[in-house]
Design a protein around this ligand. Structure first.
Ligand code: CAA
Length: 695
């Protein structure tokens, strides 16, 4: 038989062993094209009398990343993945999967349907479908328990977690773990099988014992999760079907899979998966990034410490500069504590932890910035202070060094103008805690050079972050939207909802914390400083809630003072602060407002609509490049529930007509706050969705 070197499922032969090589870059995703090709290649080899065993392996970095997520719409087109896999399982000839890199989702399901699995050291496997709002629908939920038993399969499938090669071997998912290329490993295993020295078996022929205790414990755990998602619970149901005869189990699993495939949870999670990757498509993509090896972070507060930690974890030599000598040691110990945490969580190995500590310098001298390829300023939010600092950096830093500000609101053009090299100045807006949160808003000012932007994106990706390009606007993308979201919540509070009820409604929607609990966490004094800064330019028509100011006047700044909207006592669940509620009631009386009742749905609708309206303005002003960038900002920096996909994704689900209706309805009582953005009207007229604008 002639080897076909162009096929995406390439047939090769080694004596009496036939191989099928998955060759569809970049990740051998098993969409309709690849599964059809595997099916055809398999039929060819099955019917060839000279072939006695069949090996599947992958070309490139991985065996395969699983089903093609872009191709989900064709999941039911024949040959379906379950049909292809059934043929593998039923084969009279031994079928062997040789796995390297990753074998995820549908790719692992494929391997589970073969008769023997060989892993190459370093392999990671997973059935991550629940992370996409799905469950393994090509037999994974039936075949994995047949190899591992019910309890382990529930753990792996309902969490979607990665399983490393050693664990996979010990659980019986892999039959053999070897070093070296997958192709050779597969051929060696096939030879051993043909020689009768290595056992192989049809997975479907095995049976699974019931384990009611494991099932009950898992159900209780999954139901208690917030947000309570459908996919893990349906996945549990599917795994339980593994105790049935295989065909019944497979049919039940597929029905549950198709149900989830049609749902909003799946659509939101898939949108989030692509949002994370889409943000890299920027106009500066072809610019050459500058070399960054040594970085200086200025400011030893929480933000500076978090940023420095993140850079050290990313392998950069990092100097933290804190002007107040007395605070230098404190900053160092903060970073050391964070690094110890990263070691404990497995984010650093013992070796990389030591390297990170060796790469850290802490000083009170700004002169160290002269050595840096990149300087990140993280001092307090004050324009004069920042201008003064950037003027000094301009004098100290070497030519070509990038000068970044971590400001969350201030005008980056103005900061850049303090230097004679505005093309080297950029905004790098990290989110607190900076070593944990994944978003970085990359703020491109008027004169920022493309190479500077490309460098920021390259750095962010190296740190494992999600960089989003933002224009220079007060609050950039995220804080602009946040301001309107908070305002909508403040108005609901004045008009009759209570803050704990507003928080509960938004938490039920999926936010980890409602807006008032978040305000308490962030510190009420911080938001007040921003409001005070903007007071002079506040439009006279703007409705202003004084509630937060009055709470601050009591010296209640939230969690850090033990009191805010909530009362915080060590070891106890926070409770709504009666004093804060009394302030709300007094303020309502002072304004002559008769409190109204708001349902949870109305609370969510108003807050979400306020977010969407501002997001549309951010888009029409060009502050965000595309709707998907806004979604990425909200998902990775502001805790927007991942399964909801982001505000722009929600806007598409709600539709422009309904959004316009809502805004016009709310505008009857506050026409200044509730205004329909022009772009939204245009979308309605043109019958377009925000997804269309992602290009
Ligand atoms: N389908 C389609 N495209 C995929 C994909 C998939 N399963 N996995 C990755 N890609 C794409 C990415 O979108 C990206 O495309 P762009 O370059 O156009 O942005 C490209 O492949 C490279 O991916 P990454 O940037 O993520 O590369 P990486 O090296 O950092 O990570 C990976 C590789 C570990 C495989 C990671 O991509 C990953 O975890 N992928 C998701 C795997 C997954 O969830 N599989 C299960 C799918 S569901 C299923 O299989 C069950 C079913 O039957 C429906």
């Amino acid at each position: 038989m002639k080897d076909d070197v162009t096929a995406i499922a390439r047939i090769e032969t080694e004596g009496e062993i036939g191989l099928i090589c998955l060759a569809k870059p970049p990740v051998n995703a098993v969409g309709l094209a690849l599964r059809s090709a595997i099916h055809d290649a398999f039929q060819t080899l099955s019917q060839d009398p000279a072939i006695r065993a069949i090996v599947l392996y992958g070309e490139g970095r991985f065996f395969s990343a699983g089903a093609d997520i872009k191709d989900f719409g064709k999941a039911d087109v024949q040959p379906t993945l379950p049909q292809v896999l059934k043929a593998l399982n039923d084969s009279d000839k031994p079928v062997i999967a040789a796995l390297h890199g990753v074998a995820f989702g549908g790719a692992l399901e494929l391997a589970l349907a073969t008769h023997l699995r060989v892993g190459v050291a370093g392999l990671r496997i997973a059935l991550p479908e629940v992370k996409l709002g799905l469950l393994p629908g090509a037999g994974g939920a039936q075949r994995l328990p047949r190899l591992t038993g019910l309890a382990s399969a529930i753990d792996i499938i309902c969490s979607g977690r990665d399983v490393l090669a050693d664990e996979a071997l010990s659980l019986g998912i892999l039959d053999r773990l070897v070093d070296g290329p997958a192709r050779g490993a597969g051929i060696a295993a096939a030879r051993d099988v043909l020689a009768g020295t290595l056992a192989h078996r049809q997975t479907d022929a095995r049976v699974v014992a019931d384990d009611p205790a494991a099932v009950d414990a898992a159900r209780i755990r999954l139901q208690a999760k917030r947000p309570a998602l459908m996919a893990p619970l349906k996945a549990l149901e599917a795994v339980c079907a593994a105790t049935l005869p295989i065909d019944e189990g497979l049919a039940g699993e597929r029905a549950l899979f198709m149900e989830l495939m049609a749902g909003d949870e799946r659509a939101g999670l898939v949108h989030a998966f692509f949002a994370e990757r889409a943000t890299g498509q920027i106009p500066e993509k072809s610019a050459t990034p500058r070399t960054i090896q040594r970085i200086a972070v200025i400011g030893g507060g929480t933000m500076g410490v978090g940023i420095a930690t993140s850079l050290l974890i990313g392998g950069y030599q990092t100097d933290l500069i804190e002007a107040q000598s007395a605070r230098v040691a404190q900053a160092r110990s903060g970073i050391e504590k964070n690094l110890a945490g990263a070691l404990k969580r497995g984010k650093l190995t013992a070796e990389s932890h030591k390297a990170a500590l060796d790469g850290l310098g802490c000083t009170d001298s700004l002169d160290v910035a002269a050595e840096a390829d990149l300087v990140i300023e993280a001092i307090f939010e004050n324009m004069e202070a920042k201008i003064g600092l950037f003027a000094k950096l301009d004098a100290i830093c070497k030519p070509g060094a990038i000068l970044a500000t971590n400001t969350s609101y201030l005008d980056v053009n103005q900061i850049a103008a303090a230097t004679a090299r505005p093309e080297d100045v950029i905004g790098l807006h990290f989110f607190s805690p900076a070593h944990i949160m994944r978003l970085i808003e990359v703020v491109v000012a008027e004169k920022t050079a493309p190479s500077c932007v490309a460098s920021a994106f390259a750095l962010a990706r190296k740190l494992g972050k999600v960089p989003v390009r933002a224009g220079n606007s007060d609050g950039f993308i995220g804080n602009r939207i946040l301001t309107q979201y908070r305002r909508a919540a403040d108005y609901l509070l004045l008009d009759g909802a209570d803050f704990a009820g507003i928080d509960a409604a938004l938490e039920e929607f999926g936010f980890a914390m409602g807006p008032f609990a978040v305000n308490d966490l962030a510190g009420l004094d911080i938001a007040r400083a921003t409001r005070d800064r903007k007071a002079a330019t506040r439009p006279p028509q703007e409705r202003y809630s004084r509630v937060a100011d009055l709470i601050c006047d009591q010296g209640w700044f939230g969690r850090k003072t033990g009191q805010g909207y909530y009362l915080y006592e060590a070891g106890k669940k926070p409770v709504a602060h009666p004093g804060a509620m009394a302030i709300v009631e007094t303020e309502r009386r002072a304004l002559g407002l008769a409190p109204r009742a708001f349902s949870r749905e109305t609370i969510v609708a108003r807050c979400l609509t306020a977010m969407i309206a501002e997001a549309v303005r951010v888009l029409e002003e060009g502050v965000a490049l595309r709707p998907v960038d806004i979604d990425a900002v909200e998902l990775f920096g502001y805790g927007f529930p991942r399964h909801r996909g982001g505000p722009m994704h929600q806007a598409d689900l709600i539709g422009p007509a309904e959004l316009i209706r809502r805004i016009e309805d709310y505008a009857a009582e506050d026409p200044h706050f509730w205004q329909v953005p022009d772009l939204l009207r245009k979308m309605q007229r043109d019958g377009r969705s925000f997804a269309d604008l992602n290009g």
